[in-house]
Write a protein that binds this ligand. Structure first.
Ligand SMILES: CC[C@H](C(=O)O)C(=O)SCCNC(=O)CCNC(=O)[C@H](O)C(C)(C)COP(=O)(O)OP(=O)(O)OC[C@H]1O[C@@H](n2cnc3c(N)ncnc32)[C@H](O)[C@@H]1OP(=O)(O)O
Ligand SMILES: [Co+2]
Length: 149
């Protein structure tokens, strides 16, 4: 297993609109995607682009707002009402190989491999097995495009 690109940092928020305002007005973000609902994942999500090398974009901020009290991030927001850093997401070449690796390492994988907000397969690793960091593993988008819309 080789550490891949840090694709995004997941930031939970009680209001994606307020967070977009913060990144645009306070942080000077230029590109923010339109928020969209990921019903299957229980979140409304959008991406804040950060500058990367030669015109590509860098690691994104993934803003996530719960769609209901049943959202997987509802518990996190109950403990952290302002929201904040929720997870990190690293890219891998082959999601199945990565899943096997972490299973061999005895790391708890949270649920099935499924399609994430970038339209590519992802899974999550339990924070308690990952030095306290909720970790998302995502297969690198093959066509090289990172935007899901
Ligand atoms: C997939 C779409 C999109 C994408 O990038 O493509 C996304 O990233 S969507 C992101 C939202 N979805 C998920 O996070 C799915 C995986 N997460 C989960 O299954 C839960 O959030 C889980 C199991 C990590 C925590 O659930 P919950 O908070 O309801 O459970 P507990 O309160 O029992 O928490 C157990 C234990 O873990 C600590 N915890 C919880 N969240 C985090 C976190 N984000 N970072 C670090 N630690 C976390 C929590 O405090 C508990 O610790 P304890 O010491 O026992 O209090
Ligand atoms: Co994510």
């Amino acid at each position: 297993m080789k550490l891949g690109r840090l694709n995004h940092i997941g930031v939970a928020t009680p209001s994606i609109a307020d967070s977009i305002g913060h990144y645009r007005e306070t942080m000077g973000a230029v590109k923010v995607t339109e928020p969209f609902d990921l019903e299957a994942q229980g979140v409304k999500v959008c991406f804040v682009d950060t500058p990367g090398e030669n015109g590509t974009h860098g690691t994104q901020i993934e803003l996530i707002e719960p769609l209901s009290d049943a959202s997987p991030i509802a518990g996190f927001l109950a403990k952290n009402p302002l929201g904040g850093q929720h997870h990190v997401c690293f890219e891998v070449e082959d999601i199945a190989e990565a899943r096997e690796w972490f299973e061999e390492q005895g790391k708890r994988i949270l649920g099935p491999t499924r399609i994430g907000a970038h339209g590519t397969p992802i899974f999550f690793l339990h924070p308690k097995d990952m030095m306290g960091q909720l970790t998302e593993i995502m297969e690198t988008p093959k066509e090289g495009a990172h935007w899901s819309n």
